[in-house]
Design a protein around this ligand. Structure first.
Ligand code: 4NP
Length: 166
C-alpha cells in the first residue's frame, strides 16, 4: 500500500459495474467485510458506482441483497454514476467486466488516471473467468456465481493491496 508518507491518508478503492445495483455494491460490501475482518478499516475504504446512471439513488437489487444477506453481507449502498472526479479521489478503480473497463478508460481524465483501472477478473484464483458476469437477467444461480467470484476476488485484491503491489 503506497501511503506516500501521509500515514493518515486512507487507501480508496472504487468498484464499478453498469448499473451499480448488483455486482459493484456486492463487491463493495464483501471487500468492506474483508477489510473489517482484518482490522484495516482505518486504512482502506471502498465505494462503488455505475457507468450507467439510470438506477441513481436506488438500493442494490433485492435479489442481490437477499443472496448477499444469506452469506452475511449487508448491502446498504445507494447507486450513483461514476464520474471523472472519481479518478482524483480513488487510488484504485476495479471494473467488473470488459465494457466497464473500456468505459472507464474513456472517462479517465489523463493517461496517468488510466493506470488506476483494474479488472476484477485479474484477482480471481479459485475459479478463473475473464469477467464478472452481469446477473441482472439471470436466475438465483447467477447471483450465487457472482458472489462466489467476488468473495474470492475481494480477498485476493485485499491481499494485493496490503502487500503493496500497487
Ligand atoms: P450491475 O447489473 O451492472 O451488476 O448493477 C445491472 C443492473 C441494471 C442493468 C443492467 C445490469 N440495467 O440494464 O438496468
Amino acid at each position: 500500500m503506497n501511503t506516500n508518507n501521509e500515514s493518515t491518508k486512507k487507501y480508496k478503492v472504487l468498484f464499478v459495474c453498469l448499473g451499480n445495483i448488483c455486482r459493484s455494491p456486492a463487491a463493495q460490501g464483501i471487500f468492506e467485510h474483508v477489510v473489517r475482518e482484518n482490522g484495516m478499516q482505518d486504512k482502506i475504504v471502498a465505494d462503488s458506482a455505475g457507468t450507467y446512471g439510470g438506477h441513481r439513488g436506488e438500493m442494490p437489487d433485492r435479489r442481490m441483497r437477499t443472496a448477499a444477506m444469506y452469506r452475511g453481507f449487508a448491502l446498504t449502498h445507494q447507486s450513483r454514476q461514476v464520474s471523472g472526479l472519481d479518478f482524483l479521489d480513488f487510488d484504485l478503480i476495479v471494473a467488473m467486466d470488459d465494457q466497464n473497463y473500456e468505459d472507464l478508460m474513456h472517462l479517465a481524465p489523463s493517461v496517468e488516471a488510466t493506470h488506476k483501472i483494474r479488472r476484477m477478473a485479474d484477482f480471481l484464483q479459485r475459479r478463473k473467468m475473464p469477467y464478472i458476469p452481469d446477473p441482472y437477467y439471470m436466475g438465483v444461480e447467477g447471483f450465487a456465481l457472482v458472489l462466489d467470484l467476488l468473495e474470492d476476488g475481494c480477498q485476493n485484491l485485499f491481499d494485493a493491496i496490503v502487500k503493496a503491489e500497487f
